[in-house]
Structures are given as structure tokens and as C-alpha cells.
Design a protein around this ligand. Sequence first.
Ligand code: DAH
Length: 340
Amino acid sequence: MEDKIKEIGRQIEDFNIKDKETLEKFRIQFLGSKNVLKDLFAEIKNVAAEKRKEVGQSINSLKNKAQIKFDEFTECVNEESEENTGLDLSLPGDNFKLGSRHPLSIINEEIIDIFGRIGFSVSEGPEVEDDWHNFSALNFPPEHPARDMQDTFFIKKEEKEIALRTHTSSVQVRVMENNQPPIRTISPGRVYRNEAISARAHCFFHQVEGLYIDENVSFADLKQTIQYFAKEMFGERTKIRLRPSYFPFTEPSAEVDVSCSLCEKEGCNVCKYTGWLEIMGCGMVDPNVLSNAGIDPKKYSGFAFGMGIERMAMLKYEVKDLRMWSENDVRFLDQFKSAW
Ligand code: DAH
């Protein structure tokens, strides 16, 4: 009996299971309804009474051994058949196409970063704006042409009270209404104008507004801030030039040009042989605007500026058609990958 048990133990160990069929043979032989172990159990009655317990335990452990081997190989055989479905887990994966940040986002973040370094926070306002924040508080007289249907998308034609904001200067007013000086903030965002779409005009584009309010802020502070920005944005050798201008919400007002970094003022196609490129409007915040927004103009003064993000991107990347920014042509957008 002991020899038989040893022999069957060896058979279980040596049984070569290599596929589903041999696994099934193994099952029938050692675990099936007519398995060899059953014969052994049947023979226990012939064993001397004092040895029966020990022999019974040995046969039971054979049974366990067979069951463990069967379970292990069942797993292996199933895994193999999965592999046979043609799934090759060792194949290298397909390359997927990496996206890139939109060039306007790149420029926007660069502007935020440049002003962030000199303490400007970021604030935002709604794109659907009321007359007060977009026009009246900014000193636009009631008859100002910008309020006209030609330029502004009003939400309800008849009312002219709520419109898509035409500039981010509206956010200045909101910031001043909700905060007391010192205020140092920039407000990037989308603006809308009722313009026919062409290479040089669009019905929506993006601006960044800047606002600095404190005691004793002077025009020299404005000039210095813009000089710093221009050098950071367009390079250390960049010069600025301020030309007198007019905006209802600033007094005095100016338009800012930067020296053309492509030709270094020699004259080229981009600067139209002037050596200068216009980049923004700016000025000292009109005292009326300060008091409209709840800030005492006798105590505080400040400056504001506003620039177009598309304009900045066109100068930096030499793109000539405004429509490129919003058409989302992947062939165009893909080129800005290296700018990550
Ligand atoms: N809001 C003006 C525009 O859309 C830009 C601007 C000019 C903003 C002068 C300012 C500023 O803050 O001081 O054309």
C-alpha cells in the first residue's frame, strides 16, 4: 500500500501538463469520478487497523497535491489561451499625437508671468457685461460712437443695457468697486466687437487690461512698468515710445510703440518701414473713473493699460492673418509645439 501511494505521488508530480487536453487527462486520472485515489481509499479496509489513520492521511494529502497542481495549471492554460487570441503584450504601443498649447494661451501666460514678477495679480470679469461697467463708469458719454450697434453686440437690440464686453477695461471698474488701494492687477479675457471678419479684424479677440492704484502713482511709474514689460516680452534691446492719444477713461492718455525687434529700427515689412510697432493704449486713470468706482481721487491716483493678445502674438510669431488664431487648423497650431 505504501509503495502504491508513493508511486501515485510520483505520477502526480511527473505528469506533464502542457495544454488543455493533458490537463483534462490529469483531472480524469487523479480528480475525476473514477480516479485512482478512490481505489486507494477502497483498499484502506485491508490495511492493519493501527495504520489506517496514517494511510488515510497520506491518500488525502495526495488528493490535495493533485488538486493544487490542477488549479495551478488551469490558470496557466487559461492565460496561454488568452495569448493565443493574437494579443501580443510585448508589442510596443502606438504613438499617440501630442497636443500643444494654443499660441494665444502661451502669450497670455507669458504676459501673466511677466506682470506676476512685479506683483500684479490676475482678476477676471464677465463677458456679458452691463452698460455701467463697459461704458458709463469708464466715462463714455451717452452719445459715444462705441455704444453704437456698429461696434457692440447688445444682448437685446432694443435695450442696449446688457452687451458682450467690448474691452477688458470693464474689469478695472469691477476690481475698484470691490477693493481698496493699493491695487495691482491684470485682467486677461475675451472681448467682442461687431466687425466683419477679415485678416485684420475679428468679431472676437483677447485683451489684457492692467491697473495700478495707490497713493502718489505717477506717469513715470506707468512708463517704467511698460518699459519693463516691453523688454521682458520682446527682448532686452527693446525701446518704447509713447504718443499722446485719447481714451475716455484715462487722462492723459498715450499709445505705446515698441522698437521693431525684427529689423532693430532699420525698417522692414512688419513695421512697415517705420521701425516701430504699436502694442497698447495706456494712461492715468481719470479721476471721474476713480470716483465712479468708489475710490477717492484726492487720495489715490493710478494708471491703466490695455493690449491685444492676438496683436502681441502676431508680432512675436509674425503671423499676418487674424483669422488663424481662431480657425483651429491643426497644421498651424502644431507649429507652436516647441514653445512648450
Ligand atoms: N480699452 C482700450 C481698447 O479696447 C484699451 C485701453 C487703452 C485700455 C487705454 C486701457 C487704457 O486701460 O488705459 O482699445
